[in-house]
Design a protein around this ligand. Structure first.
Ligand SMILES: [Ca+2]
Ligand SMILES: [Ca+2]
Length: 161
């Protein structure tokens, strides 16, 4: 009888031990996932930031004369402009990036990059405005991959002086 209760005790200890192991394992997996998410976020931010840097150094608009600024619904590259096609002219102004999208493979992971450029009003710099041209344009870069919980979004406003 005594031997029997010892066996039961040992079995009980084994069950508890394996429960502890399973929990530890779960904790380590969660921790790894958080690290990976963090790495995705960092890569996505770097990708977005480099596009923002690229756009910021360009002219405000295709035309230097405010009376001739591109209309709010016509922002984007000219027919003869492309960021990737070497037979065309490169982007030369900020809003050429409007509608630009690309998939970048980094360390075996595909990142989808989408860029939107719109006019904004001084009083509301984070809200697209289509009423007329203004002296401010907002660029929004969204970067995502299928494993990320939420996409990374970076914004910058370029103003005409
Ligand atoms: Ca252009
Ligand atoms: Ca343009």
């Amino acid at each position: 009888m005594q031997g029997m209760s010892q066996v039961i005790q040992v079995m009980g200890a084994m069950v508890i031990f394996s429960l502890i192991l399973m929990n530890m394992n779960r904790f380590m997996v969660l921790n790894d996932l958080a690290l990976i998410q963090n790495e995705y976020d960092q890569v996505a931010m770097a990708v977005g930031q480099s596009l923002i840097n690229e756009g910021r150094v360009l002219n405000f608009d295709e035309d230097d004369d405010p009376a001739q600024f591109t209309g709010p619904y016509s922002l984007g590259p000219g027919w003869d402009e492309s960021r990737t096609d070497p037979s065309k002219d490169p982007y030369d102004d900020f809003d050429d990036f409007n509608g630009y999208n690309v998939t970048k493979n980094i360390n075996g992971v595909d990142y989808q990059v989408d860029v939107e450029v719109c006019y904004v009003q001084q009083s509301d710099l984070d809200q697209c405005y289509y009423g007329s041209t203004t002296f401010h344009k907002l660029m929004t870069v969204t970067v995502n991959n299928t494993y990320m919980d939420t996409p990374i979004q970076l914004q910058t406003v370029k103003s005409y002086y």
